[in-house]
Design a protein around this ligand. Structure first.
Ligand SMILES: [Zn+2]
Length: 323
């Protein structure tokens, strides 16, 4: 198997310890724009990380990219990994180990768990990418002290996952925590999920930028939430209003989920969350309006700490917890 080259990135955090007794866990994170594979030590340290763009093409072409990355990482680990954890964009189906990501249309019920087990000869644990993000942040990131946690990714789309009573909560099929599809506007826009008025159609990066354009923000056609955040930082009134509107919808969603699940912490990552106070200040302000019940009035909302690595770290935690 050849070594991947295009788009390759290797970001070792720290040298692996040649004396280590336990082989690392191999972690895979599959998304619509990239496929990442890492090696994670028993203490959560990411010691190897490579990623490649998710290709256009058929199901096997996409798997071939994952396979190259997995083979390369296994070789880096000296041929021995302790187990395999996979985080995938959803929907997933844990009952048969398949994934059908909305943003990878060529994968419909793709049997990723079986294919990874055949390739590595190791036990494989599969989880939604939102769940793995929440779990990663709880294990090694901004949510270490949380027992009832919602992890949320606000980016091109909006994803999420739940850790309840200290353990990852899968739901019936593995898709619990899909907070991007909480309806915040019953008369709202159609959503990629097939529904309407989901928070993803209000507060995701592309929709923030679109709302701003519709209300007079002048920006180049390819400008997105990053440029919108820069405009807001310069005091652009429409850009500021776009963030306030998105943050208010996120706050409404958080208050609703917190009331249902009795949460103690919400951790938010993703590109839009990187805009910092632009999102978090109006979010906390709005949350004070929506979180009326006594048991959620002190709910904490914090930025994620692991960035794009949270899915890999959480996938590894899934695999380690299964041993
Ligand atoms: Zn939706």
């Amino acid at each position: 198997m050849s070594t991947p080259t295009a788009g390759r990135s290797a970001r070792p955090r720290k040298r692996g310890n040649p004396q280590r007794r336990t082989p690392p866990v191999l972690a895979v994170d599959v998304g619509g724009t990239k496929i990442a594979v890492g090696l994670v030590e028993a203490d959560g340290t990411l010691v190897h990380h490579e990623q490649l763009p998710t290709p256009d093409g058929d199901a096997e072409a996409i798997w071939a990219v994952a396979e190259r990355l997995i083979v390369d990482a296994t070789r880096t680990a000296g041929g021995d990994v302790a187990g395999v954890g996979i985080a995938s964009a959803g929907p997933v189906d844990l009952r048969d180990g398949t994934v059908s990501p909305i943003n990878i249309t060529a994968w419909q019920r793709f049997p990723i768990a079986r294919r990874a087990a055949e390739l590595t000869g190791r036990d494989v644990r599969l989880g939604g990418d939102g769940l793995c993000m929440a779990l990663g942040e709880q294990w090694c990131g901004a949510a270490r002290d949380a027992q009832f946690l919602l992890g949320m990714v606000v980016s091109t789309g909006i994803g999420g996952g739940l850790v309840l009573d200290g353990a990852p909560y899968d739901g019936r099929t593995g898709n619990a925590g899909h907070v991007g599809h909480v309806v915040v506007d019953p008369e709202g826009r159609p959503c990629t999920c097939g529904g309407r008025g989901c928070i993803e159609t209000v507060a995701s990066g592309p929709h923030l930028a679109q709302w701003a354009r519709d209300h007079g923000w002048t920006a180049p056609p390819d400008a997105d939430a990053k440029e919108l955040a820069e405009a807001a930082g310069r005091g652009d009134a429409v850009a500021l209003q776009a963030f306030r509107r998105g943050a208010t919808a996120v706050a409404a969603t958080i208050a609703s989920v917190a009331a249902v699940c009795d949460l103690d912490l919400v951790v938010i990552g993703g590109g839009v969350a990187k805009s910092g106070a632009l999102l978090f200040d109006p979010l906390r302000e709005a949350l004070a309006t929506y979180a009326g019940l006594t048991f959620i009035r002190d709910l904490r909302v914090v930025p994620a700490a692991l960035g794009g690595d949270a899915g890999l770290v959480g996938a590894a935690k899934l695999a380690i917890s299964a041993r």
